[in-house]
Design a protein around this ligand. Structure first.
Ligand SMILES: *Cc1c(COP(=O)(O)O)cnc(C)c1O
Length: 419
């Protein structure tokens, strides 16, 4: 049986692959030069390592290595793409098209530009599976549109957007196309040429690399994309992102990309098999469970499920061992997953992504996101399924609503009495 904690939150972050760590280690204290030092070997060696990583990363998305701009992660890359394009092209227009299910790194950046009065933003809706309609993108384009920013795969429900189609429309209309591909890169094929992508955000820590390093792909030809920098300084990264490069982080990021490129097909199959196993075990043993996101066009490692009549937070705490006395006393290995409610201040807000899919507040509050990764095993999946089924049954036994529903009482017809 599983004796260690089970980590099933791989959309939030992933552990550093031991091969990545090994590649990084010499760059902390042996080959520690500043990649911008041009006057000695310490600098040249660091620069060489950075350029090798740039090539490893570029190859994963079929880009030219000089089009990779390093930064601190996907949040920064999203900021640079959206703010950088809006500022640089302000003579041309000020309209941005994005979608309601984007990561906060894109949404909050758009909101900030709206507040400053420098951009107007169209937030496209999604269908009930979380997908953006390419025709809706086409219809939203005006002669003031300077950027379309649509994510590749969603980090909560795993839905994969028709990026190639959207890219084709953007190219036809001569509008720049940015995609936050943080969840897609390394897991799904990405080709910036075939998909007509002009800007693409990625992050090392979502693909078994270190935290605090990421990149923005910025197309330099057909068309050449221009950006206003958001961090000024020494003019590193072709003037688009100043600051001394995080050499060990970048080396790790490069190695992580190389490993993903080599194993993507096999790993995709493997995590898909684990995901389907988890899904089958849950759906055959429990009633009133609902899949969130697209049944087919979704990340192979993502499972997002609503367990009706069970508060997601209670289920989550039962699984992670933080409050559940039975789990604690039996010293069951804890399970790390995340729920569709974000703990904001004192209130539990249901996820804006699930809301956008039309999932009602009730079901949104009962959702759990399982994110399977490279290091999960069959044994862990079986253990998680067993614990989830047991916890849901236990919590439902405590739920008068579940009792009533089982007795065939239509809950909508019940006249609730206020205390
Ligand atoms: C994790 C994530 C981000 C943020 O990436 P950081 O590197 O942690 O800043 C942005 N977008 C998506 C889709 C993500 O999953």
């Amino acid at each position: 049986m599983t004796t260690k904690a089970v980590y099933l939150d791989n959309h939030a972050t992933t552990p550093v692959d031991p091969r990545v760590l090994e590649a990084m280690l010499p760059y902390f204290s042996q080959t520690f030069g500043n990649a911008a030092s041009r006057s000695h070997g310490f600098g040249w060696e660091a620069e060489q390592a950075v350029e090798r990583a740039r090539e490893q990363i570029a190859r994963l998305v079929n880009a030219k290595s000089k089009d990779i701009v390093f930064g601190s992660g996907a949040t920064e890359a999203d900021n640079l793409a959206v703010k950088g394009v809006v500022e640089f092209y302000r003579e041309k227009g000020n309209h941005v098209i994005t979608a309601v299910t984007e990561h906060k790194a894109v949404l909050d950046t758009c909101r900030a530009l709206e507040r400053k009065g420098v951009a107007t933003v169209t937030y496209l809706p999604v269908d009930r599976y979380g997908m953006v309609d390419p025709d809706a993108v086409r219809r939203a384009i005006t002669d003031k549109t300077v950027l379309i920013s649509i994510m590749y795969a969603n980090n909560e429900v795993g839905t994969i957007n028709p990026i190639a189609e959207i890219g084709k429309i953007a190219r036809e209309k001569s509008v720049l196309f940015h995609t936050d591909a943080t969840q897609g890169v390394g897991r799904l094929p990405v080709d910036v040429e075939a998909m007509h992508i002009d800007l693409l955000s990625m992050s090392a820590h979502k693909i078994y690399g270190p935290k605090g390093v990421g990149a923005l792909y910025v197309r330099s030809k057909n068309p050449r994309v221009r950006l206003a920098a958001i961090i000024d300084g020494g003019g590193h990264e072709r003037g688009m992102r100043s600051g001394t490069l995080n050499v060990p982080g970048i080396v790790g990021f490069g190695k992580a990309c190389e490993l993903c490129r080599e194993s993507m097909a096999d790993e995709g199959q493997r995590v898909l098999r684990l995901r389907e196993r988890l899904k089958d075990l849950i759906f055959t043993q429990l009633d009133e469970v609902y899949l969130n996101g697209h049944p087919v066009h979704r990340l192979p490692a993502n499972l997002n499920v609503s367990f009706a009549y069970v508060e997601g937070e209670s289920l989550l705490m039962g699984l992670n061992g933080s409050v559940h006395p039975i789990a604690a006393s039996a010293s069951l290995p804890p399970i790390a997953v995340s729920s569709g409610s974000a703990c904001t201040s004192a209130t539990l807000e249901p996820s804006y992504v699930l809301k956008a899919l039309g999932v009602g507040d009730d079901l949104a509050h009962t959702s759990i996101r399982f994110g399977i990764g490279r290091f999960n095993t069959d044994e862990e999946i079986d253990y998680v399924a067993e614990r989830v089924v047991a916890e849901v049954r236990r919590l439902r036994e405590l739920s008068p609503l579940y009792e009533m529903a089982k007795e065939g009482i239509d809950l909508k017809s019940v006249a609730w009495q206020r205390e």
